[in-house]
Design a protein around this ligand. Sequence first.
Ligand SMILES: [Mg+2]
Length: 228
Amino acid sequence: MVDNEILTLFDIDGTLVQGARCHYMAFVHAVSKFYGMEEDISGINYAGKTDPQILREVLEIGGIPEKVIEDNFQDCLDYMVQDYLANVHRENVRALYGVNNLLKQLKKENILLGLTTGNLEPIAYAKLGQVGLDGFFSFGGFGSDSPKRPCLVEKALKRARRLHGYKGNQIFIIGDTPRDVEAAKPFNLFTIAVATGMYSTSELKKTGADFVLKNLKDVKQVMKIIGI
Ligand SMILES: [Mg+2]
């Protein structure tokens, strides 16, 4: 049970960590195994999309018929998880500078920490585990909950209430893409957009985010934004 009014919901890729070659390779291996697709999928903009959304997009680009996509879709996602967990020790992921410190400070202030990420849930925790950040989080909304980002935000909010008795309304979504900001809008949440992914501060300002930061290095600045 937390007594704090504040809830912070973090995206993973481009926000907490950078680099996830094995995650990309899990897509490549899975679409090859289940759909025989060998096309180059490196040109797709994955930023802010959910794993099931990316998978569908990749398959549609590959011209795989809808019925075939549907028949193997869940098995393909399950295989991606297996493939990722088998290879995660080789993942080239690194925590973004300042993130560890920020999470420690938030925890110290008894602020509830959650995830809102398009990663499938086991991939999310395994990826964070590689950089020692998994222990900060016990719940969230994930790509395994829904292909639609706003739906996984809703799921994270429900879990905060159900699992942690959260009753406040000072809720912050912290993410690196216009999609993170967009997904927060239906719920009227505060948004902090951070330019450590593929979008610049000026691009992120156009999304209407409440706050736009170059990075999360300045812990005091972030704490001030969220009202600590
Ligand atoms: Mg991201």
